[in-house]
Ligand binder design. Structure first.
Ligand SMILES: Nc1ncnc2c1ncn2[C@@H]1O[C@H](COP(=O)(O)OP(=O)(O)O)[C@@H](O)[C@H]1O
Ligand SMILES: [Mg+2]
Length: 288
């Protein structure tokens, strides 16, 4: 469904993604792991059209998407979520969900003059769809609340609701477990499994190894811009190259047992809560 061939993304002299090739099978939940600075987010951004590739090719459902604008890739059914969701804080949960375009007739100004009835019907359908999607993720009771009042986990669910409004075929999820309490994490995992059973394919970046090993198969491992290996959870867990990448990775020491180092992530733009704290909170207790 997604084919990446010899993909390179350079930032100046740095090859953040360095000759990466893989294919995603339709219907899978594929994991993407690797130490901080491995190039995972850059790979996501390049697939989703945030960055143009420096070299290589990306095909989605048989068609080239490498270098297309984000919104064009989005309309083909390939969407990404963010490590740190940024909903419009002053808008309600429902309004945030309804912001996602669905080609409403109301966007064309002349329809306001000649087809008011149709515009209203489409707006109503759009609102009903948003309400249904919020009910699916369990946020329907909070539809009227300001987005800023949501917890970290609820913001992740709102982000999921927003991407579902676009009827995606492939969702790139950046750390669905970060900053989410264990109970809500179970809800998120359930929803992802259910969406997967309904035909949505996922590629998931996640630092919580228990979550990755439970949810994802296969798993891709990146280190220093390169794809180190691809395999089933057990094969990844046992592969000495993977442990070595974490132990010797750019971030420094890692905990034994394949807990990635979370010491030096880039801070989110504009400050705010650190993803570091969020990740620490998402880790099982007992780890330092
Ligand atoms: N916009 C950017 N400009 C310059 N360097 C960047 C940019 N984004 C990421 N990098 C660098 O690319 C490398 C990979 O980063 P990133 O993709 O965020 O890794 P990961 O998500 O695996 O932690 C890092 O060395 C990072 O500093
Ligand atoms: Mg990242």
């Amino acid at each position: 469904m997604l084919e990446v061939r010899h993909l390179v993304k350079r930032f100046g002299g740095l090859r953040a993604v360095d000759d990466v090739s893989f294919a995603l099978r339709e219907g899978t939940i594929t994991g993407l792991i690797g130490p901080n600075g491995a190039g995972k987010t850059t790979l996501f951004d390049t697939i989703a059209g945030v960055h143009a590739p420096s070299a290589g090719e990306i095909r989605f459902r048989g068609r080239r998407v490498g270098g297309l604008a984000t919104h064009r890739i989005f309309h083909r059914g390939l969407v990404r979520t963010f490590q740190i969701p940024r909903p419009f804080a002053e808008m309600t949960v429902l309004e945030n969900a309804m912001l996602v375009p669905a080609g409403q007739a109301g966007e064309r100004f002349w329809n306001n003059w000649f087809a008011r009835g149709r515009v209203r019907a489409q707006e109503r359908a759009h609102r009903e769809r948003a309400q249904a999607v919020l009910a699916f993720v369990g946020l329907d009771r909070l539809a009227g609340a300001h987005a800023k009042s949501l917890s970290g986990g609820q913001q992740k669910l709102l982000e999921l609701a927003r991407v579902l409004m676009s009827e995606p075929k492939l969702i790139l999820l950046d750390e669905p477990g970060a900053g989410v309490n264990p109970t809500l994490l179970l809800t998120i995992v359930d929803k992802l499994r259910e969406l997967n059973a309904r035909g949505i394919t996922f590629l998931v970046i996640e630092h919580n190894m228990d979550l990755v090993m439970n949810l994802c198969n296969p798993i891709l491992v990146m280190a220093q811009g390169k794809l180190l290996m691809e395999g089933a959870p057990d094969a990844v867990r046992r592969d000495p190259r993977v442990l070595e990448a974490y132990l010797g990775g750019a971030g420094g020491a890692a905990e034994v047992g394949l807990r990635p180092n979370v010491g030096t992530p880039c801070p989110p733009p504009g400050g705010g809560s650190s993803s570091n704290d969020a990740r620490a909170a998402a880790r099982p207790s007992g780890t330092p």
